[in-house]
Every structure is written in structure tokens, then in C-alpha cells.
Design a binder for this molecule. Sequence first.
Ligand SMILES: Cc1cc2nc3c(=O)[nH]c(=O)nc-3n(C[C@H](O)[C@H](O)[C@H](O)COP(=O)(O)OP(=O)(O)OC[C@H]3O[C@@H](n4cnc5c(N)ncnc54)[C@H](O)[C@@H]3O)c2cc1C
Length: 419
Amino acid sequence: MDAHQTFVIVGAGLTGAKAAETLRSEGFTGRVILIGDERDHPYERPPLSKGYLTGSAERDSAFVHAPSWYAEHDVELHLGQPVVHLDKKTRTITLGDGSTLIFDKLLLATGSEPRRLDVPGTDLAGVHHLRRLAHADRLKHTLASLGRENGHLVVAGAGWIGLEVAAAARGYGAEVTVVESAPTPLHAVLGPELGAVFTDLHAEHGVRFHFGARLTGITGQDGMVLAATTDDGQEHPAHDVLAAIGAAPRTALAEVAGLELAPGEEGGGIAVDASLRTSDPDIFAAGDVANAEHPLLGRRLRVEHWANALNGGPAAARAMLGRPVSYDRIPYFFTDQYDLGMEYSGYAAPGSYDQVVCRGDVGKRQFIAFWLREGRVLAGMNVNIWDVTEQIQQLIRSGRQVDPDALADPSVPLTSFLD
Ligand SMILES: Cc1cc2nc3c(=O)[nH]c(=O)nc-3n(C[C@H](O)[C@H](O)[C@H](O)COP(=O)(O)OP(=O)(O)OC[C@H]3O[C@@H](n4cnc5c(N)ncnc54)[C@H](O)[C@@H]3O)c2cc1C
């Protein structure tokens, strides 16, 4: 029966490529069609603000599979082709060139896109976003020339991407100012104390921060950026500006098709159940665009994490094949900035925790931080300490109450909380 079926995946990012891979590895013999609007073969995005941007990794290292993999696995790959319409009644999608395809099962893996700055001057040539390889190609070139010419980069937003680019820019020798409306970097995720770890790290590397301020405009001359202004009246010299103010899920197709969406205050995205199925039984969504019922957390969650693309794509593929799926991975995220490497597991929304416990040396940036509610670990972040993610995730999954003093004591093995 499989052989007569057509499974279509819209969005040729990590989620889409991994879903296609899983359909084949699970023995699906029908047509697998993977469609992406970018021209590059499916690639992973973390290197775009890290190894590839800094110059320590080759461009090719970002690709999910070798270009030949798709034909070898009979995956019909359409690149540079936006899907512009989805009709769920007739099970039809329309591509940008007007052609149509009928599917038996569909996976929406359309990811997210950078939010745009809504201020005057964003049309100037030196204003950047970072989502695509093509953006990284251009930004890499820009950072190198800023470094050579003692130029200034203003980064709007002290989130993960803003900070990683700030670190890369300092590596090239560019002057960097980060403008952030919150009082510390990553304020919503880490809270003030741990956000300060990143302030100190970057300040030691020569990054200037301007907290509590918003960018109100970018001024230029002859199409070139000259300065960025903030709502407190300050003017920051700039040759280039990076807008790193977050991303929005790409839900346009789902909206047109009338699929259920999650409310904006719950992170938006396409609403899916724990098997990553949308409100239509033959349509699935995974990765950045999906807002999934999380069996363990007992709530809906949309995350923009590499690991969620890596694991969510395969989970959706199994669900498309009719296998029982309950996608309950603990959210996981990582970053690399200068000599700091960090992994974050779990989910601790602002206001959801009542205690933060640190184990190790925060000053030396070698520690694990735990976010707790009533003695139960909601999330853990290991900084320059490795091979503890599994234990942290087990601790979160167990839901057990732990003694915070013992948790803070590095001489008490993490495994002892799991016995
Ligand atoms: C610069 C950068 C650095 C990152 N670093 C980290 C990190 O260190 N750690 C971490 O955990 N996460 C990181 N992330 C997040 C991580 O990369 C994302 O969570 C991941 O890319 C999500 O994968 P996805 O396949 O769901 O979506 P995407 O990667 O966004 O892929 C979706 C694809 O679908 C295409 N598409 C959308 N709509 C259509 C359409 N209508 N028709 C055809 N194609 C369409 C898009 O163009 C895109 O190619 C980073 C993200 C960026 C941008």
C-alpha cells in the first residue's frame, strides 16, 4: 500500500531533511517529496552564528546530507520552490511556479523567520538579519572587513544569536555595541543573575552593552549606515547593524488552510498534539513552526531549538507512518561564545520557578545552574561542564524533590539524586 502513497514535506531545513531520512529508514516505499524555498540543500543553522561565521568551520559542514543523498534515497528534492498554497480538502499544495501536488500525508516544517526592526533606516545596505546561509555568507564578509577597518557593529537584541554574532565580530576585531531593552542579556530565559554571566563574558572581550534601551532608528548616507539611535536619545556609531530581535513561526500556509494555530501568548505556531498531528489528521507539523502538546510538561510548547528539529522531524515521520508517537523530549539548547560552551535542558518560564541553585564556580564560568519549583528541577544549564546533560534531563523527567543544598554541592554526585 505504501508504494502508492505520496508524502510531502514542506520546508527543507533540518526538520524536513530528518523527516525524509526517517521515512526511508522506517521502510516507507512511496513517494517522498521535500520542498524548500531556499536554493541551498538542507543545512543546520547553528554554525551560521558560530563555526562558519567565525571561520573555524567550512560552509559544507553545515549540510545535513551530501547533495547526492537525496537521489540515492529516492527523495524528490525541490529547491528554490516556495509552496504558496495549501488546500486541505483536496489534499493539494501549490508551488510558486503554479504547479500542484496531491499528497496523502503532509508535514509542515516551515520553521521560523527573523522579526524585522520596525524603525526608519532598515532598508540601508548595512542592516543584516541572520537566518539563512546566504545571510551568513554576507555577514561573515562584513565582519571581516569591519575587523580590518576598525568598523562598528551595532547588534539589536542580546539573545542567543545577537550574542554569538557579537562574539564572532570581536574575533574579527570589530567594535561591537549590543542594544537590549532588558536589563541583562537573555533575561527572559536566564533571569538577572545568570544573564549577568553573559554580560561579564562579553564585557571582558570588549563588547559594549546598552541595556534598557530600544533602537529607534538607523541613520545613513548614500545608502550606507552611519549610526543607530536609541529611545534615550543616544547615538551609537555604526557601519553595520544586525537585527537579532527574535523569530516568528512561518504559519502562512497553515493559516490559509484553516489549520488550528496556537495563540500568540502561548508562542504561536501551528497547534499539534503530542504525535505532532495538526487539527487535520493527515497533516503534521514539527520543528520551529510547531506548538506541540508536551506530555511531560503538561502544556503546549513551541521552541526554536536545533535538537527539536533533529528529533521532531523523525517523530513526525513516524507519526505519518501511523506509528504510535508521544513526543516528550526535554527541550535542549546549546551555545558557544568565546571559550564558553553551554547546554540548557528543560523549560523554566519566567515566574514558574521559585529558586535558582548553582553548583560549581559561577565566577570562573564553570558551573551548573538549576531552576527549581518546590524543590523539583525544571531546567538545568551546564556551563563549561560536560557530559551531564543526560543526568540533568533525568532529574527533570523524574519530577523528584531534591535537597537544594545537596544539589549545590559539587561533591554530591548528580546520580545520587536519581537513585
Ligand atoms: C543563526 C542561527 C543559529 C542558531 N543556533 C542554535 C544553537 O546554537 N542551538 C540551538 O539549539 N538552536 C539554534 N538555532 C535554532 C535552530 O537552528 C532552529 O531551531 C532550526 O533551524 C529549526 O529547524 P526547522 O527545520 O524547524 O526550521 P528552519 O531551519 O527554519 O527550516 C525551515 C525551512 O523551510 C523553508 N520554508 C518556509 N516556508 C516555506 C514554504 N512556504 N515553501 C517552501 N519552503 C519554505 C524555510 O525557508 C527553511 O529553509 C539557531 C538558529 C539560527 C538562525
